[in-house]
Write a protein that binds this ligand. Structure first.
Ligand SMILES: Cc1cc2nc3c(=O)[nH]c(=O)nc-3n(C[C@H](O)[C@H](O)[C@H](O)COP(=O)(O)O)c2cc1C
Length: 140
């Protein structure tokens, strides 16, 4: 199974989760700034957080460039404030679905540090949870 992990991370929170997922999946975590849309994937893990009320434009552009003939399924993940749990994953799921690509119902979310909030997150438990999530998705 060809697996990719692509993420956008402004302060490093989502990057940590991306790396935990990639390590469990046996691939590298690719920052969206250098990720190409032309590579095929059976499963693409896609991660980003909310910044200024939305996901970063770079992740939107990446999704818009995805080819349904090359990418079979996308699973999304995010970090942030607990009350915004559904926001970034909801935006990404919607955009991927618009491209005609299957989106996994399940997603992974954990708290992410912002200023004095959520200090120490993502922590070891969050990252272990991300790895376990990835394994459960990949083994069906
Ligand atoms: C510049 C900036 C803007 C943010 N704007 C929001 C926001 O509008 N709403 C929100 O819930 N969280 C906001 N956050 C919190 C982030 O979503 C949270 O810290 C997330 O874990 C950051 O992930 P990252 O380090 O991978 O970018 C913001 C964080 C930063 C650094």
């Amino acid at each position: 199974m060809r697996t990719r992990v692509v993420y956008q991370s402004t302060t490093g929170n989502t990057k940590k989760v991306a790396e935990a997922i990639a390590s469990a999946a046996g691939c590298v975590a690719e920052p969206v700034s250098t990720a190409t849309v032309s590579e095929p994937a059976d499963m693409l893990f896609l991660g980003a957080a909310i910044h200024g009320g939305d996901v970063d434009p770079s992740i939107k552009t990446f999704i818009e460039g995805l080819d349904p003939a090359l990418v079979k399924e996308v699973t999304v993940f995010s970090t942030g404030f607990e009350q915004d749990k559904e926001k970034a994953v909801g935006i990404m799921k919607g955009l991927v679905a618009q491209r005609g690509i299957a989106v996994t119902d399940k997603c992974y979310f954990c708290r992410g540090r912002f200023l004095l909030f959520n200090r120490r997150h993502p922590d070891d438990e969050d990252l272990a949870g991300a790895a376990e999530f990835a394994r459960s998705i990949l083994t069906g």
